[in-house]
Design a protein around this ligand. Structure first.
Ligand SMILES: CC(C)(COP(=O)(O)OP(=O)(O)OC[C@H]1O[C@@H](n2cnc3c(N)ncnc32)[C@H](O)[C@@H]1OP(=O)(O)O)[C@@H](O)C(=O)NCCC(=O)NCCS
Length: 190
C-alpha cells in the first residue's frame, strides 16, 4: 500500500512545489516512457537549464496552482520529514501555442506527471482526488492521448467525462523520432 492510515504505510500527500523539487521533476519528465505516454513535449524539453528556467517562471506565477506529489509516513507528515517527491500536479490556463495547436478550453486544465518507478501503484488516483478537494473551481478540463489509458482512467475515476476527441502532432511518437498525428481525448469535470 502506498496510502492509508496504518503505521509504517507510505501516504500520498500534496504540498506547494518548491524550487528544490524541480530537478526531480526534470528526471520524472524526461523518462522516454513518460514522454511517449504524454505524446508531445516542448522542443527544448530535454534542455535541463531551459526546464528549470520555465519552472522558475511557473513558481513565480501566483495564478497557477502547482503541487508536488509526495510519499510520506503519516507519523512524520507533521514534521514534514522523510518525504519522497514522486511527481507533480498542476492547474493552469492554457495559452494558444502554434507549436502545439489544440482546442483551448473555456476554463483551467489540470495536468500531472509521476516518476517512472512510482507509476502503476495507485498514486495518481489519490493525488488527483486530493488536488480536486483543494482546487474547487469548476468546470475543470483535462486532455490525454487516447492510448494513455492510465491517465484517462485516473480522470474517469475522479469524475471527469469525455467531451471530444481531436488529432494532434505527437513529437514523441512515430518511427525514427519524427513524430506522428495521434488522437487526444478531451475531458471535463463539471
Ligand atoms: C498517467 C499516470 C499519471 C498514471 O499514474 P498511476 O499512478 O500509474 O495511475 P494509477 O496507478 O492511479 O492507476 C489508475 C488506473 O489506471 C490504470 N492504469 C494505470 N496505468 C496503466 C497503464 N499503463 N495501462 C493500463 N492501465 C493503467 C490502473 O490499473 C488504474 O485502474 P483501476 O483503478 O481501475 O484499477 C502515470 O503513468 C504517469 O505519470 N505517466 C507519465 C505522464 C503522463 O502520462 N501524464 C498524464 C498526461 S495526460
Amino acid at each position: 500500500m502506498v496510502h492509508g492510515a496504518g503505521t509504517g504505510e507510505m501516504r500520498v500527500m500534496l504540498r506547494e512545489t518548491r524550487p528544490e523539487d524541480v530537478p526531480r521533476f526534470f528526471e520524472h519528465q524526461t523518462d522516454p516512457e513518460g514522454m511517449w505516454m504524454v505524446g508531445s513535449v516542448r522542443p527544448n524539453h530535454l534542455d535541463r537549464d531551459a526546464f528549470i528556467a520555465r519552472w522558475d517562471a511557473i513558481l513565480a506565477n501566483d495564478t497557477l496552482i502547482k503541487r508536488a506529489i509526495i510519499l510520506t509516513h503519516p507519523e512524520s507528515a507533521a514534521a514534514n520529514t522523510a518525504e519522497i517527491v514522486v511527481g507533480s500536479i498542476n492547474c493552469f490556463e492554457r495559452v494558444p501555442d502554434p507549436a502545439r495547436p489544440c482546442t483551448i478550453f473555456p476554463g483551467p486544465e489540470i495536468g500531472y506527471w509521476l516518476g517512472r518507478e512510482h507509476r502503476g501503484k495507485g498514486i495518481a488516483s489519490v493525488a488527483v482526488k486530493l488536488f480536486l478537494a483543494e482546487v474547487t473551481r469548476r468546470p475543470l478540463y483535462a486532455r490525454a492521448a487516447s492510448d494513455n489509458v492510465g491517465s484517462i482512467r485516473v480522470l474517469q475515476k475522479a469524475g471527469f467525462t469525455e467531451i471530444g476527441r481531436e488529432m494532434f502532432f505527437a513529437n514523441m511518437r512515430g518511427a525514427d523520432g519524427k513524430g506522428e498525428e495521434i488522437e487526444e481525448t478531451m475531458m471535463v469535470l463539471e
